[in-house]
Design a protein around this ligand. Sequence first.
Ligand code: NAD
Length: 358
Amino acid sequence: MTLFDSPAFEGHEGVHAFSDEKTGLKCIIAVHSTARGPAAGGCRMWGYPDAEAALTDALRLSRAMSYKNAMADLELGGGKAVIIGDSRTQKSPALFEAFGRAVEDVAGKYWTAEDVGVSPADLMHARKHTRYVAGLEGHSGASGDPSPVTAEGIFRGIRLSVKRRLNRDLDGVTVAIQGVGHVGAYLAEKLHAAGAKLIIADVNEEALREVAAATGARIVTPGTIFDAEAEVFAPCALGGAINADTLPRLKAKVVAGGANNQLHDSDVGRALFEAGILYAPDYVINGGGIINVAGEIRAIARDEAFDPAWVETKLARLMQTLDEVMDRSKVERRPTHEVANEMAKARISLAAEQKAAA
Ligand code: NAD
């Protein structure tokens, strides 16, 4: 199979490969779409077994960013960078400087930020060679940790989903949260303040203890969180939480959480729908984080300070979009993830047509 026939390639505007012998940098920058604006998406450093695995991941992630940015109504397209290497042993300032030169080479078509294996400190080195970097600290446009904004969006999305599916407020509703890391812990605080009862699981004992102490949450093991007697299941750990094994165990009527790629595959999304479980599509409900990063890109591009009011406007709009996805799903009797994908594609196509006509 050639690059152009690969299912992951679908619709990509550009794929850029860079290597730098001196620093050992091997990286791919995938630009899925710039129809709505410059492509934005984080940089991941991972010990991929080979270049093909890195390419597939870059393509998959950059297309997902196009969809996420479109649904968050941002003037940004989708892109992603991957650096091939072990982030624990193969990082160096020089490697990230070389990465910065690679980003600069793409000439403003792509803005980078943090992702798995890459920290703000790494990006400071990249910043020496390009301005197209968000997620830095210590400047007036800086947006800080996106997790609280991500959690706020998920909290509002859960409230909306519970209202729609169970016709009630969060007071007294039981929410099972899988993973109480950055996003899950903030989410737990907000749900607790709204009167929800919590059941939590994590592989990190310390995180569990802290969240339980602050919220009165009941702790269960990671293996049994799927069986929790809860109205809402909130995946906030890794991808693939909802699959053919876990779906039949869920008691929840709503699945809504922060993790990316919650559905193992599209069939599971359809099975959720057929079981009468309302699913808030992950890349819509967790769009608060990218909205926060977009606030920083906007500030840097305009040489202005970060504006939290702009972020709030976009977050409120995101909830309207989530509501619209659920409306359409109900009227058209189709799973929410299918409706969301279709809406995202339509938004990108419309922007591409408008750009071509301008
Ligand atoms: P994190 O690493 O801080 O938290 C993840 C938590 O899940 C950790 O506490 C980890 O111990 C736990 N975990 C791992 N495996 C588990 C298992 N099998 N069962 C239960 N818990 C397990 O990450 P985060 O920033 O909180 O992000 C959580 C998810 O949300 C990720 O999928 C991430 O991609 C997604 N997301 C995060 C943001 C953000 O702003 N941080 C934005 C959008 C999406």
